[in-house]
Write a protein that binds this ligand. Structure first.
Ligand SMILES: [Fe+2]
Length: 764
């Protein structure tokens, strides 16, 4: 799902007593085994005593579209009396390096390539923190060289012997999204602070005075050489300088250790924009950092290995174009020197870093399930969900529900319900969780937003409170997925919980014990490792029940250096809230080409028989039984379902709605699949997915590409697939106490899929 309206999502119904949320938290990890240890980090805006216990969430959906909210105490898992403090959230990415070799230098210079992406707020671009002293000084004076952005100008400042000196480079106002070379020098011998800003005349003449402007290797090296005095001005650049006198004690020099901060500094606002090629001069020595090194890592080594690496904090964006990028390379691995920049945002938040409130070691025999830390105080309550697999070596059930935690991370703290253009009806009836997200932008954003500087959010983290991952918080993902959990509980067939994170980390081993894998309602985001594991399991006879829509759609990746975070590049095509910039479609983490799996030769149709066709959120509709269904190999799925129309009521008015998937042989749907039923009678809001627009043509009405198909087919080694092609399927399960056609079909499939009897592969 991407651009959405939530009018078909469940109407809010309060679970919490407090209208305004005061208590929040997050846990680490999200997914673990019985017998393992989990930590809760909790906070309250009204500090005070709180009681914490662990409950098992059977159904987290309080609306009438599910069986009702149901949780069970998990008394063996522990309970705690604690005092909650108000923990801070301090967003904003930056980097820091420690420098041991500046000692004694009386000349200090800092050069960095700079592309501001927000100019309407003051920001600290970089800071050199150092102490200055002379031989006679009995106490060192704390000093610094700051590079700031103020009123669209570059500003250098220092404070020596308690006296502030500032240089504003007035004559070259900066424009957004354009590269500048900024150089500042503090000379304590001569007593000057100077700053120079230079930019090349763009290769694109029309863009010279506006945003953007493309440079080149040549213009970059020429600018750097000019600053070094190697060449004279040749008219290929705009430049401006400023200088001021600094009164420094005679014989003053800089003491080690010093620190270089990028994108921030002690005090000052965090910076929005790109920095590249930082270079520090201390006396006659220099140190620089190649920001294209180790793209998946958290540290960037210095060229002078005696100096410290730049350590990155709060996950700035890498694998983006630098000042030298000229369009000749799109894969950063092909020419890293064109991708040697880091993009900082003042709203990046990787790790909230709160103190641990509770550490819980789960009992070895805790049943697999969806659990939550329940935090209760006089100020309110919160539930922080997590997912428990059976203990290591413990007996497993035959059926597992795959909780799409990658998709939960993609949607973490999404702002669509109050920022989306189509969400007017939801803005006035926000649940407390979304009101909290609206009121607390310091929570960080989801993959469904842009940063304030209009760049897409390419990284999302679960190491922070994720307010929409709460029972009943909204009508997408986690809450509907608990409706499927409740349905499986109702069947008493016995099922375990597995997550995307388990699948990514453990590969096929995570799901090998299971004969049947049931997906959530919207398993949209998949890493290569996850898809490979699923395909491996399917080739070995696994039976997949895909009970949702718009699944297996976007590629994501993870990094061992940034655990708990995810990378996404909305490249090339697809229904999406932002697009990757030119040259930025390859992941920093692993270097894979980002975007839709369909564009990578792995369409969802090959995994589950169907693929994303359309979305619309005004109303849902019913399926119509296919004329051949009753005489097909899959007729048993419709046992006890006499009607021609299937799923005629439920969330939004039927079992087919929100996001739809279509059977399509051209995209890889197996020819031997049986289409049991299809839904086609949608309103005008249900529109063909963008990647299927080929020119602006008048689509026929109704559009034959706009369709949800229920399919069944056999796979090798006795396996099978059943897919429903609709997110809204879950919202029709619980009607009449599960006594309805959608529940009957789903139960028929779960029971038969759990039966070891192989499905023979028909001759194709
Ligand atoms: Fe989505």
């Amino acid at each position: 799902m991407t651009q959405t309206d939530a009018s078909a999502t469940p109407a809010p119904a309060a679970v919490d007593a407090d209208p305004k949320k005061q208590v929040t938290g997050y846990c680490e990890p999200w997914a673990l085994r019985a017998g393992e240890t989990i930590r809760l980090m909790a906070s309250s805006h009204q500090p005070g005593p709180a009681r914490i216990d662990i409950t098992q969430i059977v159904c987290g959906d309080p609306t009438r579209y599910g069986p009702g909210f149901e949780e069970r105490p998990a008394p063996t898992a522990g309970s705690w009396s604690v005092t909650l403090d108000e923990e801070p959230l301090i967003p904003g990415s930056y980097g820091v390096a420690t420098l041991d070799r500046v000692s004694g230098a009386s000349r200090l210079g800092l050069r960095v390539w700079l592309m501001p992406t927000l100019l309407d707020r003051p920001a600290r671009i970089a800071t050199l923190c150092a102490r200055v002293a002379n031989a006679s000084a009995d106490a060192a004076m704390v000093e610094a060289l700051h590079l700031d952005l103020a009123d669209g100008r570059a500003v250098a400042s220092t404070s020596v012997a308690g006296k502030e000196t500032q240089v504003v480079v007035d004559d070259l106002p900066l424009t957004r999204n354009r590269w500048y070379l900024l150089d500042a020098e503090l000379d304590l011998d001569v007593g000057t602070l100077s700053a120079t800003v230079t930019t090349a005349i763009s290769d694109s003449p029309g863009r010279d005075a506006v945003e953007g402007g493309r440079l080149s290797d040549l213009s970059i090296s020429r600018l750097e050489a000019e600053l070094d005095g190697a060449t004279g001005e040749d008219g290929s650049r705009h430049g401006a300088s400023g200088a001021a006198s600094v009164e420094a004690p005679i014989g003053a020099g800089v003491l080690a250790p010093a620190e270089l901060w990028l994108g921030a500094g002690p005090g000052g606002e965090r910076f929005d924009g790109r920095l590249a090629r930082p270079l520090l001069r201390a006396g006659d020595s220099t140190v620089s950092w190649d920001l294209s090194a180790d793209m998946a890592g958290r540290t960037v080594p210095a060229d002078d290995l005696a100096s410290g690496p730049i350590v990155l904090h709060q996950l700035p964006t890498r694998a983006i174009t630098g000042p030298a990028w000229d369009g000749s390379a799109h894969r950063w691995a092909d020419n890293p020197a064109h991708f040697d920049a880091v993009h900082f945002h003042h709203d990046d938040l990787y790790d909230a870093g709160w103190d641990t409130t509770v550490t819980a070691t789960l009992p070895d025999d805790l049943p697999s399930g969806i659990y939550a830390f329940r935090v209760r105080s006089d100020a309110g309550e919160d539930r922080v969900p997590f997912f428990v697999r059976p203990g290591s070596g413990a007996r497993t059930n035959d059926v597992a529900l795959l909780m799409p935690t990658a998709t939960y991370m993609a949607y973490a703290n999404h702002r669509m319900l109050f920022e989306g253009a189509d969400f007017i009806p939801t803005k006035t009836r926000l649940r407390p969780e979304h009101a909290y997200i609206r009121d607390h932008p310091e929570l960080g954003r989801s993959h469904y937003e842009k940063h304030p500087d209009r760049s897409g959010v390419m990284f999302s983290s679960r190491r922070r409170p994720v307010l929409n991952l709460r029972p009943g918080a909204d009508g997408w993902n986690f809450t509907p997925d608990t409706d499927i959990n409740a349905f499986l509980e109702h069947l008493e067939i016995g099922h375990d919980i597995v997550t995307d994170e388990d699948l990514h980390a453990d590969g096929v081993e995570a799901i090998a014990p299971y004969r049947v894998l049931v997906t959530g309602t919207h398993p949209e985001y998949w890493s290569t490792a996850m898809l490979d594991a699923l395909a491996d399991w399917q080739r070995n006879g696994g039976r997949l029940m895909y009970l949702g829509g718009n699944g297996f759609y976007w590629r994501v990746s993870f990094s061992d250096d940034w655990p708990g975070a995810m990378e996404l590049r909305r490249a090339e095509d697809g229904v999406r809230n932002w697009q990757t910039g030119p040259g930025e479609s390859y992941h920093a983490w692993g270097g894979e080409y980002g975007g839709m799996w369909r564009r990578q030769g792995r369409a969802p149709n090959e995994i589950c028989g169907i693929g994303f066709a359309a979305q619309g959120f005004e109303k849902a509709t019913y399926f119509v039984r296919d004329p051949g269904a009753d005489s097909s190999r899959a007729a048993w799925i419709l046992d006890g379902v006499p009607g021609e129309r299937i799923g005629t009521s439920g969330l939004g008015g039927g079992a087919a709605g929100q996001e739809l998937d279509r059977y399509d042989v051209r995209l890889g749907s197996p020819r031997h699949a049986v289409v049991l039923a299809s839904a086609t009678t949608f309103g005008p809001d249900m529109l063909r997915t963008k990647e299927e627009f080929e020119g602006s043509v008048d689509f026929p009405t109704p559009d034959p590409m706009v369709r949800a198909d229920v399919v069944f087919y056999e796979t090798p080694n006795g396996g099978a697939v059943f897919s429903v092609g609709s997110i809204s399927w879950f919202g029709a399960l619980a009607r009449d106490g599960y006594d309805n056609d959608i529940a009957r079909i789903t139960a028929n499939v779960v029971r038969r899929f759990a039966d070891p009897e192989p499905f023979p592969l028909p001759a194709v």
